[in-house]
Design a protein. Sequence first.
Length: 118
Amino acid sequence: MKLYFVSRWGSPKEGPNGEDTNFLIYADDINEAGNLADNYLQYCPWLNCGDVNNFVSYISELGESDDVDKATVLHGPWIANAILRANLNKKSWERVYTNQENTKLEWVSIKKLYDKLP
């Protein structure tokens, strides 16, 4: 299992530009990690008040472990600034709309999204 840092921009108390809602998640891939965090947010309505998205926006791969055999939320949610944002030393992805209608969300690598970065 891989260990991921997963974040939703903003928090219910401070809105979308405040501190972020974060998780540490063991999962096989970024889709599973994102789904676990999204499901957690969906079933905790107190985390979705205010002007914030009800889905996570950022994932960074931190490492992996052979000792973990089931996808799980290891820690979180906690509210703090997402300090790993655009960490180019780690595999990282941001969830963005990929069509003109803003209806299709997809994970895009940070390096591809910001291809002018080194």
